[in-house]
Design a protein around this ligand. Structure first.
Ligand code: NAD
Length: 474
């Protein structure tokens, strides 16, 4: 399927954060763009913000002034929707309200020709529901850009029940032609990213509520140990707890309160307290001038403990009568009972790049072995964090839950495996796609982790996806 020709106009309705960004993307690809906003002067203000942003790009030498002028010259602010008449695609980024979006598209159908594509940038509404009142619902598609649209690579191309496959194909090809990573998705709550990412926040909040570790330590394990760009608490502080909590609530309710998506009371309390994150100067962390940086818990002790020869945190080995192994969701105490030996359980760590490892011990592990473990890690440039003896520890529990949600989404036809992984890498910058990551770890181990957590908690939130179970058994 071919993309929309660059000499064809693109209409953008709503000139706020997203509309402005999308107008810039389309103009950068060479299209004439018509930018409209319901509030007088807002389209011009939106264009002025685009110009400000581009001035910085030019100042950094990433774009010539001539290219900038040409790009801005292609964006025309318009005072009435009628100006969309010759557009090949009209995309809206107006207020997140079903009735407002339906009214807009109904009005647009009176203006544009029958073959013009209509697209919504909604993050949480059903594309199917938005299309319902249209004379031609088959031409409406979701094009979900991420903020900031000119920088974030992902576009979820979301088909509703009525969306024509040819419309999805054209929209996909056009997003790719605009330099984006396009991924097909079915209109379901949260689409791909806002659904599959939920455990990243939710498990961190639960681990904190279960008093496994403080936010700084949980963030450090996931960034330094697993390679995430931002820890879940730092990220929620950036997004804003009000926004993040609202998305949690909306996905939870949309899935008929499936416990997999259960929101966190801790996060609600942050909202109640007005500790919304960076924007209020205080969230989980303080952003006040001079505030102490978060300090993850790091194990210290005597430096003369002899390192374990050939130590590798991903390999099972015996050290002075203690079994050192990697988590499969069983606690060290339980493994110790089963194996008849004291046990150290190591969390998941990304080979080669991981720089922090969490571990837990059964009660009978001598301190001397813990110290040897620490100096061995030290020799590898890895910082050690001692954790309570908790099922699945921190990184393994998080990745297992992310992979599980990915498998569930694929099983339900929301996207294919490659689509889920690409969406999570380019939409939220995960170091690896969660399904591929699960395969790398070994699906048997991922499944065992979930099954063990499920067994001890009795919480249906940890039930393994049937798709993960079948894939692990294949
Ligand atoms: P925004 O408030 O920055 O901008 C919305 C703009 O739309 C405003 O300028 C407003 O005047 C205008 N508007 C409102 N109703 C209108 C109407 N009926 N006709 C024309 N213009 C109208 O909002 P935003 O953050 O850019 O979000 C816009 C849409 O994009 C929403 O559907 C939102 O859910 C979605 N979205 C937002 C983000 C994000 O991170 N901000 C990311 C992805 C998707």
């Amino acid at each position: 399927m071919t993309s929309i020709a660059t000499d064809r106009a693109i209409g953008v309705v709503g000139a706020g954060t997203m509309g402005g960004g999308i107008a810039q993307v389309a103009a950068a690809a060479g299209h004439p763009v018509r930018l409209f906003d319901a509030v007088a002067g807002a389209a011009d203000a939106g264009k002025a913000r685009i110009a400000e942003g581009l001035a910085k790009v030019v100042a950094r030498g990433k774009m010539t002034a001539a290219a900038r002028d040409a790009l801005l010259g292609r964006i025309e602010t318009v005072a009435a929707l009628d100006a969309m008449a010759d557009a090949a695609l009209v995309l809206e980024a107006i207020v997140e309200d079903l009735d407002a979006k339906r009214q807009l598209f109904t009005a647009l159908e009176e203006i544009v020709g029958p073959d013009v594509l209509l697209a919504t940038n909604t993050s949480s509404l059903s594309v199917t529901a938005i299309a319902r009142p249209l004379a031609r619902p088959e031409r409406l598609i979701g094009l979900h850009f991420f903020n900031p649209a000119p920088i974030m690579k992902l576009v979820e191309v979301i088909s509703g029940v009525a969306t024509a496959p040819t419309v999805a194909a054209t929209a996909y090809a056009t997003a790719e032609a605009w330099g984006k990573i396009a991924v097909h998705a079915k209109s379901t709550p949260g689409f791909i990213v806002n659904r599959v990412a939920r455990p990243y926040y939710a498990e961190a909040l639960r681990l904190y509520e279960e008093q496994v570790a403080d936010p700084a330590t949980l963030d450090a394990l996931l960034t330094e140990g697993a390679g995430f760009r931002m820890g879940p608490f730092a990220l929620m502080d950036l997004i804003g707890h009000d926004v993040n909590y609202a998305v949690c609530r909306s996905v939870f309710d949309a899935f008929y309160q499936d416990p997999r998506f259960r929101p966190s009371i801790t996060q609600l309390e942050l909202v109640n307290a007005g500790r919304l994150g960076r924007k209020t100067g205080q969230g989980v962390y303080s952003y006040a001038a001079g505030a102490a940086p978060p300090r993850p818990a790091t194990l210290t002790g005597p430096s003369d403990a002899p390192p374990i020869p050939g130590f590798d945190p991903a390999r099972e080995m015996e050290v002075d009568g203690v079994l050192v192994t990697s988590t499969d969701g069983r606690t060290a105490a339980r493994l110790a009972r089963a194996r008849g030996t004291p046990v150290v359980v190591c969390d998941l760590i990304t080979p080669e790049t991981g720089r922090r490892l969490g571990f837990a011990t059964s009660p009978d592990v001598p301190d001397a072995v813990v110290h040897r473990l620490r100096t061995s890690l030290d020799a590898l440039g890895i910082v050690a964090t001692r954790l309570p003896d908790w099922p699945g520890l921190v990184v393994m529990r998080t990745i297992a839950m992310l992979a599980n949600e990915g498998f569930e989404a694929v099983m339900q036809g929301v996207a294919d495996e490659a689509g889920v992984d690409a969406a999570m890498r380019s939409g939220v910058n995960y170091p690896k796609g969660p399904i591929g990551w699960g395969r790398e770890i070994g699906l048997g181990r991922v499944l065992a982790t979930l099954d063990h957590i499920h067994a001890v908690t009795g919480d249906p939130r940890y039930r393994a996806s049937m798709a993960l179970r079948f894939a692990a058994e294949a």
